[in-house]
Design a protein around this ligand. Structure first.
Ligand code: APR
Length: 253
């Protein structure tokens, strides 16, 4: 009897935890205050789930999320799109305080899945949140494939003047193997993207500036016709700007 009770409790808590993931997904999706309202979050959940449920968690290709992107397409936010690499906390702190740029994590899908881990299992119809492969453990894991697909879609929707916040405190602010370097920069299309401004966020005593060799590699990857500019901006200047509501975003760098 004890064994049965333990098994039941375990089963219940397990199914509870998996339901918890879906509940988080739906709650975040419904709580998202994007421009256009009326998303069908149940439908978006179904499109999401079909990408990895019942699959080997190391065999989820990027394309598995195509139906999800089709169900919740990225709306172009011309002149407001913000990309980043190795500046995650800083950039999101900035976009949270100043409402003039949109990162992937400020879109419905990015907002809903930010910070979450999920995977399926062969022969199961459930979503698991533990025991999933890590980011680099196997290439085609559900989380990594999602972020690649979402980044690709987000960058494909880019238009006008685009901004990227890179880290001026490291030796190679532009890494060709990062998502920004391997997916997003390649996706910018000169028919829609006019300029790319790199904001290189530096410390008081900068280790890197806009002459950094890795930024030459970035320019080589850019579609011909997209105008490139780079600005070294001290972190303190951006912080000051985001803490003052009267300063327009255009004056932050
Ligand atoms: N291991 C674990 N997590 C990783 C790894 C890794 N090797 N690489 C990337 N990630 C995940 C983590 O969640 C990490 O915080 O991606 C995040 C960003 O990684 P960065 O290397 O800082 O940036 P990058 O790979 O360029 O991705 C950021 O892609 O998400 C889009 O639009 C977004 O422009 C942004 C860019």
């Amino acid at each position: 009897l004890i064994v049965i009770v333990i098994a039941l409790a375990l089963g219940l808590s397990l199914s509870h935890r998996n339901e918890g993931f879906k509940a988080t997904f739906i709650a975040r999706c419904e709580g998202f205050h994007g421009k256009s309202k009326g998303y069908d979050c149940q439908k978006i959940w179904s499109a999401f789930e079909q990408a990895y449920v019942g699959q080997d968690p190391c065999k989820v290709p990027v394309e598995a999320y195509d139906p999800l992107i089709a169900a919740a397409p990225f709306e172009p936010a011309c002149n407001r799109m913000m990309f980043w690499s190795k500046t995650q906390d800083f950039v999101h702190d900035f976009t949270e305080k100043k409402d003039c740029f949109v990162t992937l994590e400020d879109t419905l899908l990015g907002f809903t899945l930010d910070g979450l881990t999920w995977c399926g299992k062969e022969g199961s119809s459930e979503t698991f949140t533990t025991g999933c492969p890590g980011w680099s453990q196997c290439e085609k894991n559900p989380v990594r494939s999602f972020w690649i697909r979402a980044s690709d879609g987000f960058a494909a929707s880019a238009c006008g003047d685009v901004t990227a916040m890179l880290n001026g405190s490291i030796d190679t602010p532009f890494s060709p193997t990062s998502i920004f370097g391997s997916i997003e920069v390649k996706r910018f299309n000169s028919t829609t993207v006019k300029t790319l401004t790199v904001v290189l966020v530096t410390q008081e005593s900068p280790t890197t500036n806009c002459t950094n060799a890795s930024l030459k590699d970035l320019q080589k990857e850019l579609d011909q016709g997209i105008k490139y500019t780079c600005k070294d901006v001290p972190e303190s200047k951006i912080n000051e700007c985001s803490s003052r509501p009267d300063v327009p975003c255009g004056a932050c760098w």
